[in-house]
Design a protein around this ligand. Sequence first.
Ligand code: SF4
Ligand code: SF4
Length: 217
Amino acid sequence: MGVMIELIKGLRVTGKTMWRTITGQEMVTTRYPDERRHKPQRFHGRHVLNRYPDGMEKCIGCELCAGVCPAQCIYVRGMDNDVENPTSPGERFGFVYEINMLRCIFCGLCVEACPTEAITMTQLFEMSTTNRQDAIYTKETLLMERDGSVPHMFPDDPLVDLDELDSADGWVRATAPSGVAAYEGMQMWQGTPGPGDWSPEPTQEEIDRAESEDDSG
Ligand code: SF4
Ligand code: SF4
């Protein structure tokens, strides 16, 4: 008798799953790629190397991201900036920058380690390739365009549609730059990459000031 009850319970689960499948409930892949699920802001997708709104590269070639990467999949080589025509503010810039996406575990530690917010992660996740070499993203693939859009992976890449990148938030921060717990998850210092205008975000000092004015008011 007990066995029969367990069998009926099991068949109920099977029946429910079959019904959901037939009616398309909770199926997330059936309409892909025509329809894509909304990604949470902190989604860990493919990386992007950011620029300042004036077009300067944020990477200063410090190699901290490469040092912290547990999968050892980042290779950076810095170079001194040309004094007359610098690539980044400061002394050096990332001359060579590569990420081996086959090794990456999308932990986001490189984002956390970067002192200039040069490397961030987007909501883009379509990264299939037909050979291993294409899975090594070079600076050319990673560096955002001057209009703030994320570059295509390959020429004629059909999967990365620039129109969709409005929702591709390049910002992933798990901790505040200053380490103050109250600022956990807050975006600071500069706008989110993506096409269009990037409004500068308030600095931590400005946020502090606004909060103290609110408290006193
Ligand atoms: S997300 Fe993690 S594994 Fe991937 S490159 Fe960054 S630190 Fe390395
Ligand atoms: S991405 Fe950031 S951590 Fe990595 S080399 Fe450039 S500035 Fe340094």
